[in-house]
Structure formats: structure tokens, C-alpha cells
Design a protein around this ligand. Structure first.
Ligand SMILES: Nc1ncnc2c1ncn2[C@@H]1O[C@H](COP(=O)(O)OP(=O)(O)OP(=O)(O)O)[C@@H](O)[C@H]1O
Length: 370
């Protein structure tokens, strides 16, 4: 079960002052909490799927953020709200990315901890397992996914669709890829701010022709700024994976990050500790940045530790050559960690991977099992 331990009420509803509206709002929340999302086995309010709840006179307004496999929830909401004697009509705005079943975000409290590396390798592991995968590089401050997938100088096409013009994602190793970096001029820093940033991000989420995807992974910008909050609020993210390193400073940044997600009502699926240890030529493990930071944080924040990724020169090399380590060296310890995490995600969302992959290196992880 995926938990969202801090209530998602801030994101869910405005703060009215009229006692009648407050009472009605609470009544609606209690009814909505009876609806359980069958895959994640938790209620749709705790999962942050219901946002912007408003009661105006005898009408209920809300936004429902779902993946393409969760359409039935709209009808379930209408059924439970029909029990309200005072409610004349419930207006439900369904927010989804067409064709995308599950949207997951990869985030980090600070830059340079390996967030994009994680996003690229998880996307590749999911793809290798047979899933249809898209990767949206929304890191407006350092969009390096195209280079990590060998797409350095590619041009983005715009196509006409029945719903208007759409960006056509590029393809790398069968993964559909779109990046803010593909729209920027080479070697020029992206300096988008305020409304421009908001518009670009919103376009990226809603105006890409992804086709049918099992997973869309979003590589978020680091930190807890405007760009990150906009993406999280605008997209039907089912959960977020946080990347940290064992160093204390990275750990405290991720702590801030986790609280931000919980405040906006998006479940934290777990933490990945990157650069956990180094394996020398004799196969011995050495901790370079200290030990246990990821586990300590996971315990404190009641979010599972999904995996510990070693420091591996092949990761750097893969980032430079555009071939992820999962493909360049699939049997390495590093690749197996990513395969295990992908298998655990898939076990939570689809159970699509074959059992052999999920258990290939022993202890499998269960997402959100606390
Ligand atoms: N486990 C690892 N072993 C060796 N090198 C790594 C590892 N993880 C990441 N790196 C390297 O560290 C650098 C930063 O990684 P990456 O770009 O993924 O970080 P990031 O958190 O996305 O950074 P930014 O916030 O700047 O986008 C890259 O050169 C990458 O190859």
C-alpha cells in the first residue's frame, strides 16, 4: 500500500470560513475517502488524486488526477457524491495525460546527486522488461537526459493531431523522450522564469503526443522551487521517487523535498541512495560518503529505501556516451540495483515484469510496504 502520511488536505481544498461550507467539505472528503484505488490499495484522497475541492452553494467542484487506467474512478466519485442530500451537481474535471497509465516523478533535494542518471536507468530497466516507457526531462535548470540517451542535437517535430498541435517525442532505445533541453539553444543556459516557465512546463505536460505508455517518468528539477511545484500540481503523478547521496547535506535537502511533496499531496514511493559505496577491483565495498544516511532518512520519513546504487565509473561513461549502464553492462551490480527497483515499481503498478528479473539478485523490495 502506498502511504501519504501527512494529510493531503492543503492541496485538496481551499480554507473556507463559513461553518456550513466547512461541514459540507468535510462530508465530501469523508465520502471520497471511501473510494479505494485498487492497484495502490489506498483511498483517492490520501493518494493526492483529488485536488482543488470547492463547495459553492449546493455544488461540488473538484479536480481528479488519474492515469489512463483509472477512468472508472470518476463514475465512483459521482456515485458516492449522489448520497449527499444537499448536492445538486458535482463537477469533476478529470486531469490526465492521454494514453499514459502511470506517471512517476524522480526528484532530489539538491543538484548533482544522480537524479537524471536514476531516471534514465529506471526508464531503461522498465523498457528492457517489456513496458512501454516515456521519459520527460523537465529539469529546466540542467536538462541532460538527451545527452545521457545519445540524443544530443536532435530536432523536435511538431505534428497536427485532432486535439491540436503536439510535440512528437524522440526515441532512444525504444524509450520515448521529450526534454526542455531539446528546445533550448545548445550551450545557452535556460533562463526561464515566472509565467514563461509555468507555460513551458504546462505545455510539456499536456502537449506531447506520447501515444500509449505504461509509464511516464518525469525528471524534475532539483529542489523545491516554483518549477517543481508547478509540475507536481499540473500532472497526474502517482508517486515520487527521491534520490539522495549518503552525505548529510543531501539528506537534509531531501527531507525538505519530501515535506514539500506531502504538502501538495503527492505520495512518496521511496528513496534511492545513490553513490552509496564503491566496489574496488577485489570486489570489496568501501563507503566514501559515510553509511546509513538513506536508511536513516527512510526510517525517519516512513518511506521505503528502494535501493542503494554504487559509485560506478560505468555510470559516468554511460552518461557521456549516451548508452545507459543497464544496456552497456546489464549484469553489473549497478544495473541489477536499477532492475530490482524497476521490478518493485512494476510489481506495485502492473506486475508486468517476469519473476526472474524481479528476484535476480536476491531480496526484492516492496514499494510503500510500511
Ligand atoms: N552512481 C554513480 N556513480 C558514478 N557516477 C555517477 C553516479 N551517479 C551519477 N553519477 C555522475 O554524476 C554526475 C551527476 O549526475 P546526474 O546528472 O544524474 O545528477 P542530477 O542530480 O540529475 O544533477 P542535476 O541536478 O544537475 O540535473 C554525472 O556525471 C553522472 O554520470
Amino acid at each position: 500500500m502506498v502511504h501519504n502520511s501527512t494529510s493531503s488536505h492543503q492541496q485538496l481544498q481551499a480554507s473556507p470560513h463559513d461553518p456550513l461550507i466547512i461541514a459540507r467539505q468535510e462530508e465530501v472528503v469523508q465520502l471520497l475517502k471511501q473510494i479505494i484505488e485498487p492497484t495502490l490499495k489506498n483511498d483517492i484522497v490520501s493518494l493526492g488524486m483529488v485536488r482543488n475541492l470547492r463547495i459553492v452553494d449546493d455544488y461540488v467542484y473538484l479536480r481528479l488526477y488519474i492515469g489512463s487506467r483509472q477512468q472508472q474512478l470518476e463514475a465512483e466519485i459521482k456515485t458516492v457524491l449522489s448520497l449527499l442530500s444537499w448536492c445538486k451537481k458535482a463537477y469533476i474535471q478529470v486531469c490526465t495525460i492521454p494514453g499514459v497509465k502511470t506517471t512517476l516523478a524522480i526528484s532530489s533535494g539538491k543538484g548533482g546527486v544522480g537524479k537524471s542518471t536514476t531516471a534514465v536507468n529506471l526508464a531503461t530497466a522498465l523498457k528492457v522488461s517489456g513496458a512501454k516507457v516515456g521519459l520527460l526531462d523537465a529539469d529546466v535548470y540542467g536538462p541532460n537526459v538527451p545527452q545521457m540517451l545519445g540524443l544530443g542535437k536532435s530536432e523536435v517535430q511538431v505534428i497536427d493531431t485532432p486535439n491540436g498541435q503536439r510535440f512528437l517525442p524522440l526515441q532512444a532505445y525504444g524509450i520515448k523522450v521529450m526534454s526542455v533541453g531539446l528546445l533550448a539553444e545548445p550551450d545557452r543556459p535556460l533562463a526561464w522564469r515566472g509565467p514563461v516557465l509555468h507555460k513551458i512546463i504546462t505545455q510539456f505536460i499536456h502537449e506531447v503526443e506520447w501515444g500509449e505508455l505504461d509509464y511516464l517518468l518525469i525528471d524534475l528539477p532539483p529542489g523545491t522551487g516554483d518549477a517543481q511545484i508547478t509540475i507536481v500540481q499540473e500532472s497526474p503523478i502517482c508517486g515520487v521517487i527521491l534520490v539522495t547521496t549518503p552525505q548529510q547535506v543531501a539528506v537534509s535537502d531531501v527531507r525538505r523535498n519530501i515535506y514539500m511533496f506531502r504538502q501538495v499531496g503527492v505520495p512518496v514511493l521511496g528513496i534511492i541512495e545513490n553513490m552509496s559505496y564503491f566496489i574496488n577491483s577485489s570486489g570489496e565495498q568501501t563507503s566514501i560518503f559515510g553509511t546509513g544516511g538513506g536508511q536513516k532518512l527512510a526510517d525517519e520519513l516512513k518511506a521505503p529505501l528502494l535501493g542503494e546504487v554504487p559509485i560506478d565509473p560505468r555510470i559516468c561513461k554511460g552518461g557521456d556516451t549516451g548508452e545507459p549502464v543497464i544496456l552497456a553492462d546489464p549484469h553489473s551490480t549497478t544495473s541489477q540495483v536499477f532492475v530490482q527497483i524497476a521490478a518493485a515499481l512494476d510489481a506495485t503498478f502492473f506486475s508486468m515484469l517476469n519473476a526472474q528479473m524481479a528476484t535476480s539478485s536476491g531480496n526484492s523490495i516492496k514499494i510503500g510496504d510500511r
